[in-house]
Design a protein around this ligand. Sequence first.
Ligand SMILES: Cc1cc2nc3c(=O)[nH]c(=O)nc-3n(C[C@H](O)[C@H](O)[C@H](O)COP(=O)(O)OP(=O)(O)OC[C@H]3O[C@@H](n4cnc5c(N)ncnc54)[C@H](O)[C@@H]3O)c2cc1C
Length: 394
Amino acid sequence: MEAVIIGGGVAGPVAALALRRIGWDVTIYEAYADPAGDVGSFISLGANGLRVLDAIGAGRAVTARGTAIPLLRLWSGRGRLLGEAPRGRVTLMRGHLVETLRDLAIDAGACLVTGRRLQDVRNGTATFADSTANPRATSRETVQPDGGHRHAGQPATADLIVGADGVHSRLRTIVDPGAPAPVYAGLWTVSGRSTHPVEPGAFNLVFGSKATFVYAATAAGTLWSAQVPSRTRPAAYLGHESLIELYHGDRGPAARIIEHTDQWHPFTVLRRLPSVPRSHRDAMVLLGDAAHPIGAGQGASLAIEDAVVLAKCLRDRATVTDALAAFDRLRRPRTDRMLKAAGVNSGAKIAGPLAARVRDALMPVLFRRFATRGSAWMYDYDVEWQTPVATVSA
Ligand SMILES: Cc1cc2nc3c(=O)[nH]c(=O)nc-3n(C[C@H](O)[C@H](O)[C@H](O)COP(=O)(O)OP(=O)(O)OC[C@H]3O[C@@H](n4cnc5c(N)ncnc54)[C@H](O)[C@@H]3O)c2cc1C
C-alpha cells in the first residue's frame, strides 16, 4: 500500500513514520525546504504528544532536541501566583522538531520531496506546482542516474492521500469545497529568545493587564512569546518598542525579557477553525491543523496523535474506507473537546478589565481544584499502539 502525504511539518513526518511501521510506502510532499517554514517560533509538547511519539520510537530523539520543563505556573499581571501544577512538557524550536521528525521518517524509509506545493487532486491523482526553483527529493532509495527521483516532478497516485498541510490546507478544500475557512482568532503573537535569565524548571504564563506573556528557561536561552488581544486583525506588527510598552505597567519580567531579546521570531496572527464537517472523503483524509488548528499549547500534540491513530486504523481495518471511518469516530470527540478547551483558554487571554479581575480572583481556587483532575483527559491520553482498533471505543 502507498500513501502520499501533503505537508512535512509535524503531522506529515509523524504519519510517515507510523505508516512505515505498518509497512506502507510513503512519500511526503512539502512546499518549503526550510523545516521552520513560515513559523520560526518554539513549540511546547505536552505529555500526551510525547507519549505518542514514544509509542512509535520517536520520543527520545525529539526530547533530546529540547528542554524538559516539569512545572506550569500561572501569574497575574500584578505578580500574584495564580496556580502551579506539575505539567511536564518539552520545549524546542519548531525548526528542530520538524527537522528531527523528517530525519526519522527518512531513516524509516519514507521519501521527502521539498519545494512542491499541492495544487489539486483529481481521480485520486495529486498534482503539484514547484514552490522553489530547486525541488529536492530525499530518501534512502537510490537517486536515479539523472540526479532526479522517481517521485519528484510528477503527479502522484496512491492508495491514500493524507492532508497534513496545516491551517491553510489546500486538501481541506478538495475534500470538502464547502469546508469552513480559518478566521482571525482575536490574538496576534510574536516571540523570541532572550539573554535575560529566569528561574529554570517552570513554564510561566502571565495574564498581563494588556497582553498575555509566556516564558521559560531552556537550553537555548529564555524563550518567550507575547499573545496580544486585538479586536481587528492588525495589518502589521506594531514594533518592538510598542510591544515592550504593553508590559511596562505589569509586575514580572516580561518587559526586561523582551528588552534583552537577541533573536526575534516572526509576527503571526492566530487563527481558529470550527470542527470540519468532513475529515475524509474517498481516499483522502485530513490531520492536525488542516482539520483543527488548536491553541492551548496542544496543536502539535494533537497533530501527532492524529497521525498515529490514522496508522493504527489503517493497520487494523480491512479497507481504507473502513479505516477512515474508524479514524473519524476515534478522533472527533477528542478534537472537538480540545477545540472547546482552547476557546476557553483564548477567552482568558482576551478578557477585558472586569473579566480579568474575576479571572484573577477565581483562578487560584479553580486551578487548585481542577488543574490535575479536570485536565487529565488532555494529558493522560495514550494512543495504545498495540491495542487493535476494533476493541478501542471512542
Ligand atoms: C506561533 C505559534 C506557536 C505555537 N506554539 C505551540 C506550542 O507551544 N505547542 C503546540 O502543541 N502547538 C503550538 N502551535 C501549534 C502548532 O504549531 C500546530 O498545531 C502544529 O504545527 C500542527 O502541525 P501540522 O503538521 O498539522 O501543520 P504544520 O506544522 O503547519 O505543517 C504543515 C506543513 O504543510 C506545508 N504545506 C502547506 N500547504 C502545502 C501544500 N499545498 N503543499 C505542500 N505542503 C504544504 C507547510 O509548509 C508546512 O510545513 C503554535 C502555533 C503557532 C502559530
